[in-house]
Design a protein around this ligand. Structure first.
Ligand SMILES: O=C(O)CCC(=O)C(=O)O
Ligand SMILES: [Fe+2]
Length: 759
């Protein structure tokens, strides 16, 4: 395979020249970063600190992977420490370079935990990491210094003033997801089109890579397409970036591209098997410099994204199948990635599974035909078309089973045969099952036969069944206003009233799911619950215009933009909350349910999306039951008597969920809150403070509750970021909307309820 690719012609920049800061070197550096996004950094003889670091880290690289598999798996990167920048990733758990599982394992050691004494999070890792922390930190510091030097020179070359220097976004004392990362690609007996590292652009600012063997490739769009990699280049090639003795390979990541006003290039790269590497394991390690978590990245068109959000968005996308990644702007910053992926795909003979997985790509532009991407052994693809609707129903269903929900809905509305295949009542079950099967590496909870789990199972199954109806309901509702004159009007669709009822029935599961939704939720059940959320999410995505609900549009735009594939978030411990969040925000978007009106049903649901300039009219919550009504009145009497909130709130634990109405669907970003509140009366108001955790992030909560109108305004402080919560309190819950410190826009709602007395 290596014979078909040429070597990339990359610039080499000497570290000593960089240090002398001559305008020539600055020019060379800028040129390399604008044109290729990659260059070799020659660590010449004057830099023994860096040379020593490389030697030590290369040795540590092998030792880290010699650790027993069982121990490595104790530190899954999704949930270890701050999540996403520390811990271990096993081989084959994400998509690789060839639409098959990846071929590398990885360890990440986060910069903050290594460098900052008594950092709020410990440095998690195996014994060798704990014992050698000091040495690892010293060498990481050497890498970090080089990164800052490069940034300084780049800032000057870009003509940035000191105030705008790129260094400012990388303050050493602020949390960031920078990490020293080690990779091992297990040896292959022969060159096969499998494994490797999926084509991607790096998340952060700069990557300083050291590798022992060939395998790294960079994608170079044809030069005539200019260097702006937001353009859709129609030509381009993969080229080798061989390791060079005494040199590091440096590349620009997405964050630096965004910080530079898109002047620097974040190049697509990947790792594929190389003949030189046959029979040997390939080790590489990289220092990933990333901006402070709160640094703002300018995405263009007035959109700004916090560095940490970008990080998690990208991690989410990396979990998607390659064909989904192909179209994803969050990975690419340009649409030519699909072409690059096509060039790289070499799946061998067309096996059925493979064909089906490609089918969904093909369905997108032309739903009535299935284009089979048939790849021969030389990686050249040829397209053939065949009549899809002539396939038997089971096959249509299998193909449909590989499609994401949004495609499925379009797929179902193409012709009678496909519609009937998709509207078969068992079909959505099949979709859910397929989802679960695709995640078969996740082992079911061994205790899942306990009574509770069986009960949860039944609930989740039912939720899944209803999800099908619900997904269709959303679509039907959306299309109700249209004069549909397609080939096959759906005569079997239940009436709106029936479907509405089913949708409402589904909501009955909320308290049960809530009750059982804790960390002991078995994985299998999470998956079922998850597929439900998935359906809803997919359905949301298919609602293009729903003009009276601007809220839905905003949500759609976000989801489409980021192409969030929730099925890939299966490692999250937050499934039940994810599920609930989806259910609630979807129902709320449709005006069918509101965290507020379900407790005060006579009040109208506001269908406009509240924003910071609008006064949010939150009706006071109350239970609908007679007992709830009684408590509510009692509470009102208390309020009228100016009785203290302390009586109602103190001594209780509080639990909450935060829904993300927009795009945030990541490990630490989907929130479950748990904390205790200590209210203190101050005449007309109560001061509230609390401590808690959301996922594994600790926060403090501070705010004020007005006795006059029960309005609550709180700040949830994570140390590095703050969230503003605004709402109303009742005796048993506080509900409202939240926004971030930066964004005044409403990003979702929170719902906090009183649980057991505090211990
Ligand atoms: O292993 C390599 O050579 C490259 C790894 C890489 O691109 C990454 O981890 O982002
Ligand atoms: Fe990379």
């Amino acid at each position: 395979m290596e014979t078909t690719y040429t070597r990339a012609t990359l610039k080499t920049i000497r570290l000593s020249d960089l240090e002398s800061a001559t305008p020539e070197t600055q020019g060379e550096l800028l040129d390399a970063c604008m044109r290729d996004g990659f260059f070799y950094l020659d660590v010449d003889d004057d830099h023994c600190d860096l040379a020593n670091a490389i030697a030590y880290l290369a040795d540590l690289n092998t030792r880290l992977f010699d650790i027993a598999e069982a121990e490595k798996r104790c530190y899954p990167f999704q949930t270890t420490g701050r999540g996403g920048c520390c811990g271990y990733k096993a081989v084959g758990t994400e998509a690789g370079a060839f639409a098959k599982p990846d071929g590398f394992e990885l360890w990440m050691l986060p910069y903050n935990e290594l460098m900052i004494p008594n950092y709020s999070h410990p440095l998690y890792g195996p014994e060798v990491v704990r014992l050698e922390k000091g040495t690892i930190a010293t060498h990481t510091a050497a890498y970090h210094r080089i990164c800052l030097l490069i940034l300084d020179e780049l800032s000057k070359a870009l003509g940035f003033t000191k105030q705008r220097s790129l260094i400012n976004e990388h303050a050493a004392h602020l949390p960031s997801t920078s990490s020293m990362t080690f990779l091992k690609y297990p040896e292959q007996e022969e060159i096969k089109a499998e494994g490797g590292h999926v084509s991607h652009t790096d998340i952060g600012t700069l990557t300083l890579l050291h590798a022992t063997l060939d395998g790294l490739q960079v994608f170079s769009p044809g030069r005539e397409d200019d260097v702006d990699n937001d353009n859709d280049a129609t030509t381009g090639v993969w080229q080798w970036v061989p390791p060079r003795a005494g040199c590091l390979v440096v590349n620009v990541g997405d964050s630096l591209r965004l910080l530079s006003g898109k002047r620097l290039k974040s190049s697509l790269h990947r790792v594929v098997p190389h003949a030189n590497a046959v029979g040997q394991a390939r080790y590489s390690f990289a220092y990933f410099l990333r901006p402070s978590e709160t640094a703002l990245l300018d995405l263009g068109d007035g959109r700004v994204c916090k560095s940490l959000d970008w990080h998690f968005k990208k991690l989410t996308v990396f979990q998607a199948p390659p064909e989904v990644q192909a179209g994803n702007q969050a990975v690419l910053l340009g649409t030519w990635r699909s072409r690059a992926l096509q060039l790289g795909w070499a799946p061998g003979p067309v096996v059925q599974g493979c064909m089906l997985s490609y089918a969904y790509l093909a369905i997108l532009p032309s739903p009535a035909f299935l284009s089979v991407i048939d790849c021969d052994s030389d990686c050249h693809s040829k397209l053939t078309a065949m009549q899809l609707e002539t396939l038997p129903q089971e096959l249509l269903q299998r193909i449909g089973g590989y499609c994401p929900g949004s495609v499925l809905v379009d797929f179902a509305s193409t012709c009678r045969a496909i519609r009937s295949a998709c509207h078969d009542t068992t079909f959505y079950k099949l979709v859910a099952t397929a989802l679960i099967q695709r995640q078969s590496h996740i082992i079911a909870d061994p205790d899942s036969n306990t009574a509770t789990n069986t009960q949860v199972q039944a609930i989740a199954r039912r939720a899944c069944d209803n999800a099908a109806v619900w997904a269709r309901y959303i679509v039907a509702l959306d299309r109700a206003g249209d004069t549909y004159d397609g080939p096959c009007p759906d005569a079997t669709r239940p009436s709106d009233a029936q479907e509405k009822k089913l949708a409402r029935d589904t909501m009955q599961f909320v308290p049960q799911l809530l009750a059982t939704g804790n960390s002991s939720w078995p994985l299998t059940m999470s998956q079922l619950a998850f597929s439900f959320a998935f359906e809803i999410c997919s359905a949301i995505k298919t609602v293009p215009t729903h003009t009276h609900l601007s809220f839905v549009n905003a949500q759609n735009a976000m989801l489409n933009d980021w192409k969030i594939e929730p099925e890939r978030c299966l490692h999250s411990q937050h499934y039940p909350y994810l599920l609930l969040g989806f259910m609630m925000s979807t129902l709320r978007a449709k005006g069918l349910w509101s965290p507020l009106t379900s407790y005060a049903p006579s009040l109208p649901v506001s269908t406009s999306r509240p924003d910071s300039t609008e006064t949010i009219e939150l009706p006071l919550p109350c239970d609908r039951t007679p007992r709830g009504q009684e408590q509510w009145e009692q509470w009102l009497r208390n309020v009228n008597k100016k009785s203290t909130y302390s009586e109602m709130m103190e001594g209780w634990e509080w639990d909450g969920i935060v829904s993300f109405d927009s795009y945030l669907l990541t490990f630490s970003n989907f929130g479950r809150l748990a904390f205790t509140l200590t209210p203190r009366d101050e005449g007309a108001s109560s001061l509230i403070c609390g401590r808690g955790c959301e996922g594994d992030r600790e926060f403090t909560l501070e705010g004020e509750l007005s006795h006059a109108d029960s309005s609550v305004s709180m700040t949830q402080d994570f140390g590095c970021s703050k969230v503003r919560l605004q709402g109303r309190a009742g005796p048993f819950r506080i509900v409202g909307f939240w926004s971030t410190e930066y964004d005044k826009e409403v990003l979702g709602f929170f719902w906090i309820w009183r649980t057991g007395p505090s211990k």
